[in-house]
Design a protein around this ligand. Structure first.
Ligand code: FES
Length: 149
């Protein structure tokens, strides 16, 4: 079945089972590489994208439930907050293997879009659904604090 979704402001038409995960359409049909398949169970946050200002796990989101623009890390050049996060993550060397970073940045952007000066505790709560298996949480926290300055 043909389904249309808007990704980073661009309308995309995909041929897929309407109940299949949004993540598959993003990666297989929309040239989106930032959203990753980590657990596929909604537990790690590697597949996080933003829909309606909310971080969403695209691995457990059926494509037929998506009726608003999907924002991914690929939009960072046109997004002031994502651009600032990108620079801050590099400056703080927050990336080790990098697999979780896109999802982390999606959650961080959602936070900074509504709270320009979050406390350390607020950042920790916002990133509660994102796991980093390399253990760079401390540097990720610093990067988000740097982006918020
Ligand atoms: Fe979606 Fe882990 S891959 S939450």
């Amino acid at each position: 079945m043909t389904t249309s979704i808007k990704v980073n402001g661009k309308l995309q038409t995909v041929e897929t089972d309407p109940s299949s995960p949004l993540l598959y359409a993003l990666r297989n049909d929309c040239d989106i590489n930032s959203a990753k398949y980590g657990c596929g169970l909604g537990q790690c946050g590697a597949c996080m994208v933003i829909i309606n200002g909310t971080p969403v796990r695209s691995c457990i989101t059926p494509i037929n439930s998506v009726n608003s623009n999907v924002t991914t890390l690929e939009s960072y050049e046109s997004d002031r907050v994502l651009n600032a996060l990108n620079k801050a993550f590099i400056a703080e060397q927050a990336v080790q293997c990098g697999f979780c970073i896109s999802g982390m940045m999606m959650s961080a952007k959602t936070l900074l879009d509504t709270n320009k000066r979050p406390t350390e505790q607020q950042i920790k709560v916002a990133l509660n659904g994102n796991l980093c298996r390399c253990g760079t949480q401390t540097r990720i926290l610093k990067a988000i604090q740097r982006a918020a300055k």
